[in-house]
Write a protein that binds this ligand. Structure first.
Ligand SMILES: [Zn+2]
Length: 270
């Protein structure tokens, strides 16, 4: 069977919990991040942040932290029944609407081609420029690993290229001798302290996001055209997020019953 227009979700979602999600297996360390500072989220597609990370974003904006979203594409290849020229503005608006629900008012689109993001120096330069423009303390990224953590899963090439390039752009942004043309644009070097990667099968930390789950569900629901396009895929129901967060909380020591958590692979320092 050929699957179309599902670039963000696995073709076959997990039917059983992987071994590390067995209740009682507390393998994640609590993320103690009292001050994330300025946060820049960099992802490939509209909806990448809404599949979980938005719950943390809601809590950070509640606490007064500024969060900016940078989307490498406009997600124009993500819906089988809607052609790219019509799809791009639709999905941009859904992203803007979803961001507003979790307190984010600045959303930018870099215009790379959906489904065909090329890993390489031009992408690293664009992402280094975004980091220098927005001067984040914390980068919020999406899974750059090969799979999702269960047998037979394969991550999207767009996610892998974007996540890998964003991690490398952290270093590029701090070095004035890499991409010197950025200096000519007035973009001085800037070093972020950390990157938090959601969706990674190699997660190391988790934070309790119970207070942000309802808004995260609404933020994903704002992607109505995309979710409609998923048809009967289990991840088309935004309530999927709540179940996922509850499963993640089982891996977090000390999380109370019914809590929701978000897992991260941490790069850098807290
Ligand atoms: Zn995606």
């Amino acid at each position: 069977m050929v699957e179309h227009g599902r670039d963000c979700v696995p073709v076959v979602p997990p039917l059983v919990l992987p071994a590390w999600q067995t209740p009682g297996m507390s393998d994640l360390e609590r993320l103690e991040l009292p001050d994330p500072g300025r946060v820049l989220a960099i992802v490939a597609h509209p909806d990448d942040l809404e599949y979980g990370a938005a719950a943390a974003v809601a809590l950070w904006t509640d606490a007064g932290h500024e969060v900016v979203y940078t989307l490498v594409t406009s997600g124009e290849a993500g819906i089988d029944g809607i052609a790219p020229a019509e799809c791009a503005p639709l999905r941009e608006q859904e992203e803007i609407d979803g961001a507003a629900i979790v307190g984010v008012s600045e959303v930018e689109f870099l215009g790379h081609r959906d489904g065909m993001i090329e890993y390489g120096l031009p992408l690293r330069r664009d992402l280094a420029a975004a980091i220098r423009r927005h001067k984040p303390d914390t980068l919020l990224l999406f899974n750059h690993r090969e799979g999702w953590g269960y047998p037979g899963s394969l991550n999207s090439p767009d996610h892998r290229a974007t996540g890998q390039a964003a991690l490398e752009a952290m270093g590029d942004a701090g070095n004035r001798w890499i991409f010197p043309e950025l200096l000519e644009q007035g973009l001085e070097p800037h070093s972020a302290a950390r990157a938090l990667v959601t969706g990674s099968p190699q997660a190391t930390h988790a934070m309790d996001v119970s207070g942000g789950i309802d808004r995260a569900v609404r933020s994903l629901a704002a992607h109505k055209a995309y979710l409609d396009g998923l048809g009967d895929h289990p991840m088309a129901d935004p309530e999927f997020l709540r179940m996922n967060a509850e499963q993640t909380a089982l891996r977090l020591p000390g999380a109370p019953p019914g809590a929701g958590a978000l897992a991260f692979e941490l790069f850098g320092t807290v």
